[in-house]
Design a protein around this ligand. Structure first.
Ligand SMILES: Nc1ncnc2c1ncn2[C@@H]1O[C@H](COP(=O)(O)OP(=O)(O)O)[C@@H](O)[C@H]1O
Ligand SMILES: CC(C)(COP(=O)(O)O)[C@@H](O)C(=O)NCCC(=O)O
Length: 317
């Protein structure tokens, strides 16, 4: 695809199901329609991640929010048609966006940026965010089934529970409960839930939201309106995983309730060795065996380079 001087686009045909944009071309798609948001509006967004840059938000995530807003408008029109057809009996149904990708690629960060942008622009909207880790089997079940080393693999999730959760939301049910996972205790928190009460948009973030294996009849993607895969080279992912592990060593692992409290006393070199081992035996393996093979199912792929800057955006035609 080429963006011409007069802002029109010329598309060249090839067999890929994706349109590919480099960073600059993608950024142009923000400029072509001026947005109301100013730098001042964007600054509070950076509060939840000190490493995130304003440039990244405006270059990558503003055009993306603009695109998703168009898709949502279209979806609302379709819902209105269905309502007319059904005699006005269809309840309000949230628009569901999924975000997939490896451990440590930046799914949570991307999800929170989109939540913030879509909540405030073009109008105030209710945007809920749920992570799929709440649908992991509890620690004792993983231990019983000998799945501790497979945490994050599709087999470690209660997928029927996740499907039921999404089916309830797409049926317009109010107050749908999502279980909560604690990274501190490494387990599901008993009797505690997030409640999804008919938001305008639900963002569902997790490693396996694009899975379509194991002969099931219904997949997470059957309930998702727009899916995003956040991608990066495995060497970068391993580096980001280790860096985050070292940060946790200084903070969360020091908590006496932490499942990993024994890691707090490791030297930096020992901690790097432990994180590298977890990467190689669990998260990197899961990436190669299960997550990466789902990438091309997404509607949009964000490919990051060093420093988390998105280099390429691929949008399904
Ligand atoms: N856009 C970004 N800019 C800078 N740092 C980022 C960005 N996205 C993620 N990170 C950093 O990368 C690490 C992993 O991000 P996170 O969102 O927790 O990943 P995930 O949810 O995929 O495991 C964190 O330390 C986070 O601060
Ligand atoms: C909790 C996770 C499985 C991610 O779950 P998700 O929200 O993506 O479903 C993952 O972050 C994790 O903890 N993996 C286990 C290996 C490790 O400790 O890094």
């Amino acid at each position: 695809m080429t963006i011409n001087a007069d802002n029109t686009m010329t598309f060249t045909s090839n067999l890929s199901p994706f349109l590919t944009f480099d960073r600059q071309q993608w950024a142009e798609l923000r400029k072509s329609v001026p947005l109301k948001l100013t730098e001042q509006d964007l600054k509070p967004l950076l509060g939840f991640n000190e490493d995130l840059s304003l440039d990244e938000v405006s270059t990558i995530y503003l055009p993306l929010a603009r695109l998703i807003n168009y898709y949502i408008e279209e979806n609302l029109r379709r819902q209105a048609v269905l309502n007319r057809f059904l005699g006005g009996k269809n309840p309000k149904v949230p628009y569901i966006i999924s975000i997939a990708g490896s451990v440590a690629v930046g799914k949570s960060t991307s999800a929170r940026i989109l939540q913030s942008l879509l909540s405030n622009w073009p109008d105030t909207r209710k945007v809920d965010l749920i992570t799929t880790d709440g649908f992991l089997h509890p620690l004792n079940v993983l231990q019983q089934k000998n799945l501790l080393q497979k945490k994050g693999f599709p087999i470690s999730y209660d997928t029927p529970k996740l499907i039921k959760f999404l089916a309830d939301i797409k049926s317009g049910k109010p107050n749908v409960q999502a279980p909560i996972y604690s990274h501190l205790t490494y387990d599901i928190i008993p009797d505690q839930f997030d409640v999804v009460n008919q938001p305008d948009i639900l963002i569902l973030e997790g490693l396996n939201v694009l899975q379509a294996g194991n002969h099931a009849k219904t997949f997470v993607s059957d309930f998702v309106d727009f899916s995003i895969y956040v991608d990066a080279d495995e060497n970068l992912l391993q580096e980001w995983y280790i860096r985050r592990f070292l940060k946790f060593r200084q903070s969360a692992f020091n908590d006496p309730n932490s499942y990993f409290k024994h890691y707090a006393s490791l030297s930096e070199q020992e901690a790097i060795a432990v994180a590298t081992k977890i990467w190689q035996t669990i998260n990197g393996l899961n990436l190669k065996q299960n997550i990466l093979p789902t990438r091309e199912r997404a509607n949009l792929i964000l490919t990051k380079g060093a420093d988390h800057a998105v280099q390429w955006v691929k949008l399904k035609k």
